[in-house]
Ligand binder design. Structure first.
Ligand SMILES: *Cc1c(COP(=O)(O)O)cnc(C)c1O
Length: 376
């Protein structure tokens, strides 16, 4: 039995390594006092865009606001249908409702839990028979694994849909050498503390290569501001990234690639140990996940989780319910087959995953998971 508590995500270990730089950056903000849109925000946006290989990165107040802003910037609202996977954090669908559009829940792939392009096609055809306009699809990169953007993009092109990436969990992931941030027309991400790139509060960003869209996003972020002072040209929000959060994110972004490599090593170790005893994540050819979560699938989930808890190992369930099963969204559920998503929601179990886990702890977790799964 390991004596110290095993954290699910070890933010303290990361802070210990980066603390001097983070403190110096925070002190810098306290010295200049530009708390709103300060120089750290501008510097962070430039580095973030560079990291992703995108032309523009717009820092915003949260991942949820990033999604709302992307929809607003594309002019999506009343009368529009926006396709979302049903196996996701509810914010994906919530953002659609917030702009007055209708979320259409789409089934997911069994292997990845990500939006299934064939089901998307079927849903688009059904919407074509209704009063709604099929306008956009929000693809979610579940657990850090990019969605099938090639498959989704082909359906989107046939039907004239805008593709928005909900990359809240996948910043630092890659598809064939291209990083998240360039895989869709608009990419939204979150800096919630436990995400792969997290700040010390709420924050997010929208990335795009489209100059016009970036300008609209920057305007929406400050109440729809126009070029001239005291001029408001569109409906907007107060949705800025705080200067202090940008200051905290700068040293964290500098180590993100290294952290992703370490997460990848831990994931590879887990997979080597577990693959003959349980269902493990499937990563398609050419993809590198951000490994926000390492998720196994087990039949007796509650008993496995209880067994691990007894051994001092925390687990989490993302997500125990699909969005179409949530009380706030149930009434919007289409009469469709979501059996794959529902099957996943009953079996997925996330185990500790972060870049600062020592070899001894990783070994202990591997042994405990194998033992517990065998015993239940
Ligand atoms: C975390 C998350 C969000 C919301 O991000 P916030 O910064 O918490 O608003 C949206 N979508 C997904 C898939 C998420 O995991």
């Amino acid at each position: 039995m390991i004596e110290k508590l095993i954290p699910f995500v070890d933010l303290a270990a990361q802070q210990e390594e980066l603390r001097p730089e983070i403190e110096a950056r925070i002190r810098g903000v306290l010295d200049h006092g530009k708390y709103i849109n300060g120089p750290e925000v501008i510097e962070f946006e430039a580095r973030l865009a560079e990291f992703a290989g995108a032309v523009h990165a717009v820092g915003v107040s949260s991942g949820t606001d990033a999604l709302i802003m992307a929809l607003l910037a594309k002019g999506i609202g009343r009368g529009d249908a926006v396709f979302v996977p049903t196996f996701t954090f509810p914010a994906t669908a919530e953002a659609v409702l917030m702009v007055g559009a209708v979320p259409v829940f789409v089934e997911v792939e069994a292997n990845t839990g990500n939006l299934d392009p064939a089901s998307l096609e079927t849903c688009v055809e059904q919407v074509a028979l209704s009063q709604l306009r099929a306008s956009a699809v929000i693809a979610v990169d579940l657990y850090g694994m990019p969605a099938d953007y090639a498959g989704i993009g082909a359906v989107a092109e046939r039907h004239g849909l805008t593709v928005i990436a909900d990359a809240a969990q996948s910043f630092s992931a890659e598809v064939n050498g291209r990083r998240v941030g360039t895989l869709a027309e608009v990419t939204c991400t979150s800096f919630f503390p436990a995400k792969p790139l997290g700040c010390y509060g709420d924050g997010g960003a929208v990335l795009t290569d489209d100059d016009n869209l970036a300008a609209i996003l920057r305007s929406i972020r400050i109440h729809g501001a126009g070029q001239r002072k005291h001029e408001n040209v569109r409906l907007g929000m107060n949705a800025r990234l705080d200067t202090l959060q940008a200051a905290i994110l700068l040293p964290k972004l500098a180590v993100l690639a290294k952290e992703r490599d370490r997460r990848e090593e831990l994931a590879a170790k887990y997979t080597r140990q577990f693959s003959s005893s349980m269902r493990v994540p499937v990563i398609p050819e050419g993809i590198r996940s951000a490994w926000a979560q390492y998720v196994i699938q087990v039949e007796q989930r509650d008993r496995v989780a209880a067994g691990l808890k007894e051994r001092g190992i925390p687990t989490a369930v993302y997500y125990p319910r699909c969005v179409h099963q949530q009380p706030a969204y149930r009434a919007l559920a289409q009469n469709a087959d979501y059996s794959t998503a529902e099957h996943l929601s009953e079996r997925v179990l996330a185990i500790p995953m972060h870049p600062y886990m020592d070899a001894e702890t990783a070994e202990y977790i591997c042994d405990s998971v194998l033992e517990t799964v065998r015993q239940v």
